[in-house]
Design a protein around this ligand. Structure first.
Ligand SMILES: Nc1ncnc2c1ncn2[C@@H]1O[C@H](COP(=O)(O)OP(=O)(O)OP(=O)(O)O)[C@@H](O)[C@H]1O
Length: 206
């Protein structure tokens, strides 16, 4: 069982505190959504939880089956899709899927071909990412997070640029997450977290 525990967590940029005194325990087997208006700190909090951004005060402890994970091991547990994480535009989809697996393997039994199919992008395997539409790129970003062999899936603004069919596809992938996985979402679109039992407003930590 994987757990993230944040204690008295705070982040400031220069002299401005974005949030303070965040106490949270996040446990695998469910999902949590951080909500709040634009600029309230959802992305910042998710990035702190991934370990991608230095914290200003407090601490975060990652535990897997009772063992505290050091950051090296923690990074391998996380896969993330976010607007600020760009795809390598010069690669074709096939090349990107192969490249991705050099640092993050897909779930057992998933080949690049199978992933392209599950992305509904088999027809675009040989097209460079730079020629993808914004919705196709978003599906690729989400797919890399969903199909990687990682217990923690972090999605910031998951349905941005997705049409109705893409949003249905996103919900279908969420349903297929396994009980040992933890899903964290940053959102202000209710329809992208309507299934989520734990909705946390970051404004409470201002
Ligand atoms: N690198 C940075 N340097 C200075 N300030 C920053 C930096 N990154 C974010 N901020 C500030 O931190 C605050 C929170 O930003 P963040 O992107 O986390 O908000 P958000 O809730 O995800 O917003 P949105 O809904 O618009 O995506 C904002 O005031 C933003 O200007």
């Amino acid at each position: 069982m994987l757990t993230i525990k944040a204690e008295q967590l705070g982040k400031k940029y220069r002299k401005e505190w974005i949030f303070r005194r965040v106490d949270l325990t996040l446990t695998a087997g469910t999902s949590y959504t951080f909500v709040g208006p634009n600029g309230s700190g959802k992305s910042t909090l998710l990035q702190l939880l991934t370990g991608n951004l230095p914290i200003s005060e407090g601490k975060i402890t990652y535990t897997l089956n009772g063992t505290v994970l050091e950051s090296e091991r923690w990074f391998r547990q996380v896969s993330i899709a976010a607007p600020y994480l760009e795809l390598v535009e010069e690669l074709t989809l096939d090349e990107l899927l192969v490249f991705h697996q050099t640092f993050k393997p897909f779930k057992a039994g998933l080949t690049s071909e199978a992933v392209a199919e599950r992305l509904l992008l088999s027809h675009a395997r040989h097209k460079e990412i730079k020629f993808f539409s914004s919705g196709m790129k978003q599906r690729v970003k989400l797919g890399l997070a969903f199909f990687s062999d990682a217990p923690v899936v972090i999605l910031d603004e998951p349905t941005s640029n997705l049409d109705r069919q893409g949003a249905a596809w996103y919900h279908e992938q969420v349903r297929q997450l396994t009980p040992d996985q933890l899903l964290l979402i940053g959102s202000n679109q209710p329809e992208e977290y309507d299934f989520c039992p734990n909705v946390l407003d970051v404004m409470q930590w201002k």
